[in-house]
Structures are given as C-alpha cells and as structure tokens.
Design a binder for this molecule. Structure first.
Ligand code: NAI
Ligand code: MG
Length: 365
C-alpha cells in the first residue's frame, strides 16, 4: 500500500504554504510514481473554530496511525484571548507529547543563491548542510525538582538537568540512524567537564556508537561547539545534543543560513511496527499573521519539510535531493518571495508563483 501522510495546514499562512506543498506532492505522484495516501485535517485555531478544541481526538488518533504528519503553523491574534487549555499551541504540544517525539531535527542548509543573505562570510556558509538533533522531551526543562522555593530568608529558583540512560540512548540511536543516511559523521555535544548528566551522556552515546562502526563519532563541549559552529560550520554533519543546548545551538545554526521562510524541521519518535519512526514535519516559522492572506509567504520552509519527510520517513533520499535541487535552481534563477529580498528594490514573487516555479524546475529535472 502507499505510504500515508496526514496534512494539518493549521492557521495563518499555514494553509497558504501547504497549498504549494500539495502541488509538489501531486507532482511526485504523477511524474515519479510516488503516490501518497494523503488525508487532511484541522489543527490549532482552525480546529478550535470547528470543534472547540485545538486538536480533535479523531485527528490525534489519525496522527498516530499515519507514516508521517506534515504541519503548517498554528496560532494568531484572534486566539490570544482563549484560555490556555484550548490555545492553538496546545494542539501542537499534544501531538508532540502523545506521539512522544523526542528527537527534534533542525537542518542548517545553505542554498548558494542565498549565501549573500547570511551574516557570515560566503565561503563559510556556501554549500553548508548540517543537521542538529535536539533531545526534546527531557532534560532541564522538565526535570524535578523544579520551582521557586523559600530558603532561609530568600527564595531560590530551581531546575534540574536530568537524563536517564534510556532517554540518551534513544536520541543517540536516532542520530546515528540519521548520520547513516547522510555523511556518516556525528558530533555529540554536552558539558561533561562540569555536568554529571554530561558524563552519562558521553558514555551512553559512545556505547550506542559501537553499533554504528561506519559512523565517525566525536565529542565536543557545547560551548566550544557554539564557537566552532560560527567559525567553520562545514566541519559538522550531524550534531546531537540535549534539550537546553539544542535549543540554543539549533537557533544559532538556523541563522547561519538566513531567513525563517527557508527553515524546515522534523520531530521523530520511536520506530513503529513498519520500522519507520513516528514523525512530524513542520516549518520552523509560525502563522505570520502580519502577512497572512496576502500571498506573500515563502512556501520553501514547508516544502523543505516535505523533502525531509521523503528522506527520513520514506527512504526517498534521491527524490528529496531532486526537490532540494529544484529549489536551488529556482533561487538561482532569481525567484524571491518578499522575505528573501531584504532592502533590494526588486519585485517579489507570490507564494503560488514560487510553488509553480519549483514544480516547473522539477519538470525540468
Ligand atoms: P512567525 O514565525 O509567525 O513570524 C515572524 C516573522 O517572520 C513575521 O514578520 C513573519 O511575517 C515572518 N515570516 C514567518 N514565516 C514566513 C514565511 N514563510 N515567509 C515569509 N515571512 C515569514 O512568528 P511570530 O510572529 O512570533 O508568531 C505569530 C503566530 O505564530 C503566533 O500566534 C505564534 O504563537 C505562532 N507560532 C507558531 C509556531 C508553530 O506553529 N510552530 C511557531 C512560532 C510561532
Ligand atoms: Mg528556541
């Protein structure tokens, strides 16, 4: 049977960028015989408007069954007044939590046509293609004890960095599996010099590495890693790190290459019965209410999220590369949505014109 995909466009520019992804999905079905069973449903504010909840139980159940979920974005000013329990973001959080998506993948990929856009020197970013894997469900954001407590005559704020061996092991394994699909290089970052959790992290990652002799494993202190990421990011392929360091390092790495409108992400969980990991793919950006409904959104972040699904859920690495090359070609031809123009006085192309150009580039591939 065909691989299955649940599409959750969400709010704001979510449905606009997802409409362009649908064109790409249709192209792969018609021209590459790569047919997906696509279903579509509501999430976020759109689901709240229809059902009074940001994620219907039926949608949650469907998300657990499909091979991959592709999400647009949720939220918007209209929903800011809602009670926290039904806020659009809660739909997203429920998906991540119930699917137990513990590995957050954030690529930093430089399209040469946009190399000038980076704040770094062109030679530092040109051709860059690295992946940060951030542990997403444990660590200092969740560890107990946590809280603000009375201590003597003042208060103390406490968070606890806590990792079990199995939590480290599963994100390490996911990272080695990724490295196997890429350049077979993995760098693990922690602070084993000053943190107990870091010592355990390094030990467990090293142990898991014995199962992946083809992958070249290295370790780096996370602060040194931040320096190396800005100095010479091309030394890396896959980086795995904990929740807190990953939060910082993935934002840093993302901005090596430029616009929010270009950044995809994936969140992976445990392997399902068919061997594929539970997976949700989504652009890093939000619902962009300031430009929603105007045909200005850049659809590339969402299209690249689908490319990640091709590579990491559907074992279609070559087709993912074909799609990325089509995007590169369109950018090289000068197509720019408004977010990619900066101060230049050129006319931007619309969301749908960008999608059409990518389809045309696929046709030419
Ligand atoms: P945002 O990412 O929606 O927008 C930030 C800025 O980047 C805006 O100026 C926007 O126009 C621009 N931008 C974002 N994506 C773009 C694209 N594809 N093409 C061109 N320009 C783009 O973040 P913001 O404004 O902080 O949040 C807006 C709403 O989105 C809020 O309700 C927030 O809660 C929600 N949000 C949802 C996320 C998600 O669904 N994963 C993530 C971040 C925010
Ligand atoms: Mg962050």
């Amino acid at each position: 049977s065909n691989p299955s995909l649940l599409i959750l466009p969400g709010d704001g520019i979510g449905p606009e960028v997802m409409a362009e992804v649908r064109k790409i999905i249709d192209w792969f079905g018609a021209k590459r015989d790569l047919v997906f069973d696509v279903s579509e449903d509501l999430v976020g504010g759109a689901a709240y408007d229809a059902h009074g909840t940001p994620l219907h139980d039926d949608t949650m159940a469907k998300a657990q069954e499909v091979d991959a979920v592709l999400l647009g974005a949720v939220g918007g000013p209209k929903y800011d007044v809602l009670d926290f329990s039904v806020k659009p973001e809660r739909g997203l959080l429920r998906l991540r939590k119930e699917m137990d998506l513990f590995a957050n993948l954030r690529p930093a990929q430089c399209f040469d046509a946009l190399a000038d856009f980076s704040s770094l020197k062109t030679e530092v970013v040109s051709g860059l293609d690295i992946m940060i894997v951030r542990e997403l469900t444990s660590g200092v954001y969740f560890g107990e004890p946590r809280g603000i407590f009375e201590e003597g005559n003042e208060r103390v704020g406490i968070n606890t960095q806590r990792y079990t061996e199995s939590e480290i092991e599963r994100v390490a394994r996911a990272s080695f599996e990724l490295a196997m699909k890429r350049d077979k290089k993995l760098c693990s970052m922690e602070k084993a010099n000053v943190m107990e959790s870091g010592i355990l992290w390094r030990e467990v990652v090293t142990r898991v590495g014995a199962d992946y002799p083809e992958v070249e494993l290295s370790h780096m202190y996370a602060d040194a890693g931040a320096m190396q990421l800005t100095r010479w990011p091309k030394q890396f392929d896959v980086i795995v790190t904990d929740n807190l360091f990953g939060d910082l390092l993935s934002d840093l790495a993302a901005m090596l290459t430029g616009s929010l409108g270009m950044l995809p992400s994936a969140s992976l969980g445990a392997p399902m019965a068919n061997g594929r990991p539970k997976a949700m793919y989504e652009p890093v950006h939000g619902s962009a209410p300031d430009i929603a409904g105007q045909g200005k959104a850049n659809p590339i972040a969402c299209i690249l999220s689908f490319a990640m699904a091709l590579r990491y859920s559907f074992d279609q690495g070559d087709e993912a590369t074909r799609l990325e090359k089509a995007i590169e070609a369109v950018l090289a031809d000068g197509y720019r949505t408004a977010d990619l123009l900066g101060e230049e006085g050129r006319d931007p192309v619309s969301t749908s014109a960008m999608g059409d150009a990518i389809v045309a580039a696929l046709d030419a591939s």
